[in-house]
Ligand binder design. Structure first.
Ligand SMILES: [Mg+2]
Length: 234
């Protein structure tokens, strides 16, 4: 019987959060908290953006303007993220870090919730990147960081390039903004050296199509990152 061929040992791992480390999609979860009408409107905006009818950049702020998440909503979202953690996430992150590999979280989600959740999984606060919200003194929604590349299409490659992570780098995520880490070369080398589509929560054919690897379960991640096994392409 042949042992699996050794793969590449990566020096850095870039992880998505929503639908990758947790089953929860933050903006949808917050919209549902506002009732069926807001949830429906937000779902339609997301759908229009996916179909290309509305630029994602415009949708990001429009969804938040509709949901207006207060500080208390974002705190509740952090709890929901934790309750929805995917099996094996904390263990996988710990194993990868124990091998001396840097793990960063890069998310288009809301920083106040993403950070609390990712820190609970053992990711360092300085290695967590997401979009900050502003609140009034009373804790009401007062806007988001519109300068963040993560609120726009093509933002993840910009952020990851800016981090100067040790190579080779592997990106892991479920969404089209994660796949851009590999596909948006922009005449330069891609922001990551390999991209793994995580399909344990949502499997998106367009994302899987451009992936170097497909990860079904977080328990598969350490062997992939450490180069001790090569998982099947799909
Ligand atoms: Mg995601």
């Amino acid at each position: 019987m042949n042992a699996p061929a050794a793969g590449v040992r990566y020096a850095s791992v870039v992880l998505d959060v929503d639908s990758t480390l947790t089953r929860v999609e933050g903006i949808e979860w917050l919209a549902e908290r506002r009732g069926p009408r807001v949830a429906q409107a937000v779902a339609e905006m997301t759908q229009r953006a996916m179909e290309g009818g509305t630029p994602l950049d415009a949708v990001y702020g429009a969804r938040l303007a509709l949901v207006k998440p207060a500080r208390s909503d974002v705190d509740a979202l952090a709890d929901a993220y934790s309750a929805g953690v995917v099996p094996g996430a904390r263990l996988a992150i710990g194993e990868v870090q124990a091998a001396g590999i840097r793990v960063v979280a890069v998310s288009g989600g809301l920083r106040q919730a993403v950070a609390r959740f990712a820190i609970s999984l053992g990711i360092a606060g300085r290695d967590i990147y997401a979009v900050s919200l502003r609140f009034t003194a009373d804790g009401e929604y007062a806007g988001f960081d519109e300068t963040s590349p993560l609120a726009r299409r093509g933002g993840k490659p910009i952020v990851v390039r800016g981090l100067g992570l040790a190579r080779p780098i592997i990106g892991v995520g479920d969404g089209s903004t994660d796949a851009e880490l590999k596909t948006m070369a922009g005449g330069d080398i891609p922001a990551v050296d390999a991209f793994a589509a995580f399909v344990g929560v949502a499997s998106r054919p367009a994302v899987v199509a451009v992936a170097d690897y497909v990860v079904h379960n977080m328990a598969e991640l350490p062997a992939l990152v450490l180069g001790t096994a090569v998982p099947a392409r799909s």
